[in-house]
Structure formats: C-alpha cells, structure tokens
Design a protein around this ligand. Structure first.
Ligand code: FAD
Length: 409
C-alpha cells in the first residue's frame, strides 16, 4: 500500500486526511502534529474560548472515533524535523523516520514576535495561535489582580482577544502602529466601525503607537512607544501577524515565495509534495495574482483540491475567499477580496440592530467584495453574486427601498 504522509494536523491537514478517504485513497494516511491535543478549531481561541468556559475539547475538528473509523493514523505531540525528498522519508524529533509516497505539508503559521527589546514569550507575554497560548492567556488574566491587558496589534486576532477579555472585565488597551486598526485587511469605514464598537465597550484603542521596548518591573510590565507614550500592564498579547512555517520546505529545497509556492493543484516544486493552508502562496485565478490567505475557508478548500489530485482526479483551486470575525455582539462576515476597490457602497438597513450594515466594494462597476455586519442576508447575497460573477448596480444597493435580493439588485 502507498502512504500519504501529512505534516500538520489542523484545519488543512485534518480536512485533507478525511478528503483523501472520501476521494477513494486506499493507502495509509499518517498525520503528524507537534501539538499534543486532538486537532481543534482555532477561531474560537480568541473568541468563546477566551471569554467563556469552554475548552478545546468542546471544539474538536473530528472526534477521536472518526480517525479510527477512517483508518487515519493521527500522531499528536510529534514534530517533523526534516524532509529527505530524494529518499522520500521524513525524520521526527525523536530520530525516527517514516517513508512516504505522497507528502502533504500543512504546517500553517506561528505568531510573529517582532524584535522589540524585552518582547519574548513568557508567563505574561503571549502570542495567540494554539490552545496552550489561549490557556496561558486565561490563566494569566485570572491570576492578575489589576486585569490590565495591553494588546499589541489591532488586527482581527488582537481585536477579538481585546473584546473577549473586556467582556471578562479586563482593562484593555490596544496599541496599533498604523493610523487605524485593521489597516492591512479592510477599509477605513470598517476600521472606524470597529474602533467605535470597542471604544463604546470600554476598550482603549491607541493608534499611531509603535512599540519600541518592554520592561518588566516587579509583577508589572511597562510598554514604551516611539511617540513617548507608555502603558503599564499586567499582561501582554502580541497580535502583529505571523511567520509562515516554511522551514521544513525550505530545507527540502522546495520553492518558497512568501509561503510554500504551489500550483493550482496544490503541488510544490516537487511533484510528490503538496502544500495547503496558511503556509502556501499561490496564483489565484480570480485575482490574477500571487496571494497567501490565512483563513479556514482556504485551508479546507485547498485540502479538498490536494486530496483529489493525490487520488488522481485532476482538480484546480479557484474558490471564493470568505472569512468571519466575532467581536462583542458583532458578527462580521466577509466574502471576496476588496483590495484595489475604488467605490464603496455602505448600506445601512433600518431596524433594531444599530450595528447592522453592509459594505459593497467595487472596482468600476465590478463587485469585488462584501463585508456584512450582523447581516446574514447581505453576506449570502454577496456570496451568490460573487460566485456567479454578477455585478449589482451600486445605485440599486444604495436604494433602501429595494430589498437585498438577487432579483431586485
Ligand atoms: P495551522 O492551523 O497553523 O496548523 C498548522 C499545524 O501544523 C499546527 O497544528 C502545527 O502544530 C503543525 N506543524 C507545523 N510544523 C510542524 C512540524 N514540523 N511537525 C509537526 N507539526 C507541525 N480564520 C477564519 O477563517 N475565521 C476566523 O474567525 C479565524 N479566527 C482565528 C483566530 C485565531 C486566534 C487564530 C490563531 C486564527 C484564526 N483564523 C481564523 C485563521 C485560521 O485558524 C487559520 O487560517 C487556519 O488555522 C489555517 O489552518 P492550517 O491547517 O493551514 O494551519
């Protein structure tokens, strides 16, 4: 029997293993991950897991019995340290080797810890990527008397963590280097919306704050910024982006460009090695450019494409990107990519929910993306139109007398 070996058992790797069986892979499937837990959903880590009393065992990707019934050999707590592509073997941290016929890299990404003096992971300074990180944050939070939390980085993870700890009564400050939060990922309008939301809830958002040093003073941390401002804290969460886990691929001589380079079939520069999920960079046919995405959608859809190709069913990746974020009572759902938009229609429905609205991004008369805030209908319509390549007239979207419906817009 042939062996398909998968490195990384999270959204990408686990979905690939099950998709392989679904597509008829009869050989062995070995699935390695360095984390000790059964694979779990990561998005709740900054959401319900931080603010509630659920554990990762409540959000497993698959129950243990599913791996057994699909004959997937899941080995957690096992780190792969080297790939030897010529011999088609991988080496594990305990020195053991394991051979493969097809190899699938689903190694994801790790939190970036920028080279700021005093900034390194500790029992008070955290990145947020794993269940262990989230548990560490919860423990530090409940152990601190002052509950003063500084979050470095106003991206989605930073803002979600801020909201979750604020809900628990934390005194939370978000320090963002740019002039607005979410600057890299969304429009000024959405940034303003989230800044208002957080400020109304008592989170302090300070933009234009470039953190230059951290000092530990007894049980307290002090955060220094380039503009001379300083912040005292009991704990720190660092959410300034990720480092892509490409080291193994690089050592194996695979092509890297802002991620492990893959073609539309998820094949790397070695035809027997595939890569999927956050660790890949690829040419997206819809956007006609090389991109890297960090989303569950991308991990799951790429997993299915890789599995089909490994099973000999030629399949190419062309999925529409979508993403979500939960902060306080707000659910943001996004589809498409707005980059390069030159026209934005903000549609605010009249209703009971003051947050509810949707943002429609256009380039000329071409719809690029939709952001829907507490607005499932706008999101569903956006998905449908984008998938079908249809472009609603901006004027019709602006007209609140017209319902958000495929027949009216
Ligand atoms: P990862 O989830 O990073 O998994 C990679 C796995 O590979 C890890 O388990 C790692 O331990 C393992 N690994 C790496 N190297 C080795 C090695 N050498 N040996 C063994 N194992 C190895 N996305 C959304 O769409 N919506 C959200 O709301 C959302 N919220 C998020 C909130 C948080 C706090 C975080 C951290 C992420 C969030 N994301 C969200 C992003 C989403 O979780 C990622 O896009 C997704 O996890 C990517 O899956 P992946 O399998 O490619 O990579």
């Amino acid at each position: 029997h042939q062996t398909c070996l998968i490195i990384g058992a999270s959204h990408a790797g686990v979905n690939a293993a099950f998709a392989l069986r679904k597509q008829g892979w009869k050989g062995n499937i070995k699935l390695f991950d360095r984390e000790p837990e059964l694979p779990y959903h990561r998005p709740p880590l900054s959401k319900v897991f931080l603010s509630g009393d659920t554990g990762v065992e409540d959000s497993l990707l698959k129950g243990i019995s599913s791996y057994e019934s699909e004959n997937i050999d899941l080995q957690t707590g096992r780190s792969v340290t080297e790939i030897l592509p010529k011999d088609k073997i991988v080496r594990l941290s305990d020195g053991e080797t394991c051979s493969y016929d097809q190899l699938l890299l689903a190694t994801g990404a790790s939190p970036l810890m920028p080279p700021i003096p005093g900034l390194k992971s500790s029992h008070k300074i955290f990145g947020l990527r794993t269940a262990a990180d989230a548990r560490g944050i919860r423990n530090a939070f409940f152990a601190s008397s002052g509950k003063r939390v500084v979050v470095i980085g106003g991206g989605y993870i930073g803002l979600e963590a801020a909201a979750s700890l604020r809900k628990l009564g934390g005194r939370v400050t978000v320090l963002e280097r740019e002039e607005r939060v979410l600057a890299r990922v969304t429009s000024p309008e959405m940034s303003a919306f989230f800044t208002r939301l957080h400020t109304d809830k008592g989170v302090s958002i300070a933009t234009g704050r470039n953190v230059t040093a951290i000092e530990i003073k007894g049980s307290e941390l002090e955060v220094f910024c380039g503009d001379g401002s300083r912040y005292a804290a009991d704990m720190l969460i660092v959410g300034v982006g990720v480092v892509v886990n490409t080291a193994l691929a690089q050592m194996a001589g695979l092509k890297i460009s802002n991620g492990i380079a893959v073609n539309a079939r998820m094949q790397t520069s070695d035809p027997d090695i595939y890569a999927i999920g956050d660790c890949t960079s690829f040419f997206h046919p819809r956007y006609k450019k090389e991109i890297r995405l960090e989303s569950v959608q991308n991990a799951v859809d790429q997993a299915k494409v890789a599995a089909a190709n490994i099973c000999g069913i030629p399949t190419e990746y062309a999925s529409l990107p979508w993403f979500w974020s939960d902060q306080f009572e707000v659910k943001l759902q996004m589809c498409g990519l707005a980059s390069g938009y030159d026209r934005l229609v903000v549609r605010r429905e009249e209703g009971d929910d003051p947050h509810q609205h949707s943002c429609w991004y256009f380039s000329g008369d071409k719809l690029l993306a939709v952001d829907a805030v507490n607005h499932a209908r706008a999101y569903m319509l956006g998905m449908k139109l984008l998938k079908e390549g249809k472009h609603p007239a901006p004027e019709k979207l602006e007209d609140l007398s017209l319902a958000l419906h495929p027949r009216t817009v």
